[in-house]
Design a protein around this ligand. Structure first.
Ligand SMILES: [Zn+2]
Ligand SMILES: [Zn+2]
Length: 374
């Protein structure tokens, strides 16, 4: 069933500016006679434009190729290259289009928000923190803001990056002294490459084969990453050994996998997981990690509020994560904000909990775990 709740805002009494809808396809905006589908879960050929904010799999749909209806896909060059390397085919893509502006959101390489007609800004996933090669997001001012709210609860306040680097180096150094190998774990696109630059000074350092592929794309796009041997090559050459320290960058979705079990059994490796969810103490146990670090490619709560203030919109729609709570917090400080999920009366676009997560996990967190796997 395609339940669509239409939210209408008007520039003046009579002039209709835009309609923001939440549908089975995701968020859709009708503006100036054009229909724009924002990060759709399912490809909608009835729209004039599809915007893809970045190459995490929760923002890509398997089929986004078309030659029908002059449909255009708005996406940055880097995102389309990373997406293609991940097996998503994108046709008819463009970065430049009249009436639209793609703006850096500082989330992962190539991530962009969409400014429509200088009036409506959709953020996609966003970070305003400088992290190694990642520059903070640029925030345009706009009449209407559609903002992600992954960490839209006041308890989500991340420590600064220097503190995280310092603590992580401390753990690695302790493990090196004990002769214990360490797996640094994050999602394979974005986080893994940051880990490679932030901790690449350790030696020897290896990389999981799945991440190696993504590293190559990053390098093609001009990011300077250390040349690291892959896990399979290291195994073949006998470079991994018990009681001899080494580091490996591995995907976080493998935390409960046979790969991690094998690394633990064979080499006694310990794991450090990097995610904003680490603010919640339960996260470490839920993910079966030895250590966790709250390092995120999203804004924390105060940063989300900063983005809103910088944009200074008349109307705000929140989506993703704690969207209902974040909209309520924004109303408290005087903004006109509502959650697209809350209004829709549905659980929204969050994916169901993945199989790897134990059923005892609190519901509110299970719903939000899609980000771990992207
Ligand atoms: Zn993302
Ligand atoms: Zn996301």
């Amino acid at each position: 069933m395609n339940i669509q709740i239409q939210l209408i805002f008007r520039k003046s009494e009579n002039e209709l500016t835009a309609i923001v809808r939440s549908s089975k396809f995701g968020i859709i905006v009708d503006i100036d006679g054009k229909t724009v589908s924002l990060d759709p879960k399912r490809y909608n050929h009835q729209c004039d434009f599809t915007f893809i904010s970045h190459a995490h799999t929760d923002h890509l749909c398997k089929k986004t190729s078309t030659t029908e209806n002059n449909h255009k896909i708005l996406v940055s060059k880097a995102t389309s290259l990373i997406a293609q390397a991940r097996g998503y085919r994108l046709d008819d893509v463009t970065e430049v289009c009249d009436g639209f502006q793609l703006i850096n959101t500082g989330h992962i390489l190539g991530s962009r928000g969409l400014l429509i007609g200088n009036e409506l800004y959709y953020t996609g996933d966003i970070s305003i923190r400088e992290r190694s090669f990642m520059k903070p997001a640029d925030i345009p001012s706009a009449h209407t803001l559609i903002i992600e709210s992954t960490f839209g609860r006041p308890e989500y306040v991340f420590p600064n990056l220097v503190e995280i680097i310092h603590k992580t180096n401390g753990i690695i150094s302790e493990m090196y002294n004990l002769g214990v190998p360490v797996l640094l774990m994050g999602y394979p696109v974005g986080k893994a490459q940051l880990l490679a630059t932030l901790f690449g000074h350790w030696d020897p350092i290896f990389v999981h084969d799945s991440i190696d592929k993504m590293n190559s794309v990053y390098m093609e796009l001009g990011i300077n990453l250390k040349d690291m041997a892959t896990h399979s090559i290291a195994e073949k050459k006998g470079l991994l050994a018990k009681n001899k320290p080494w580091l490996m960058i591995a995907p976080l979705n493998a935390a409960r996998s046979n790969f991690v079990k094998l690394m633990k059994q064979r080499y006694g490796a310990v794991t450090i997981g990097f995610s904003g969810w680490a603010i919640d103490r339960r996260y470490k146990f839920m993910m079966d990690l030895d250590y966790t670090m709250p390092m995120s490619d999203h804004c924390d709560f105060p940063e989300l509020v900063k983005v809103v203030r910088a944009c200074n919109p008349k109307k705000i729609y929140t989506f993703h994560g704690f969207s209902v709570e974040f909209a309520a917090s924004l109303r408290k400080i005087g903004f006109d904000a509502e959650s697209l999920v809350g209004i829709n009366g549905q659980k929204g676009q969050q994916e169901p909990a993945k199989k790897q997560i134990p059923s005892s996990m609190p519901d509110e967190l299970t719903l939000r775990l899609d980000h771990f796997f992207s």
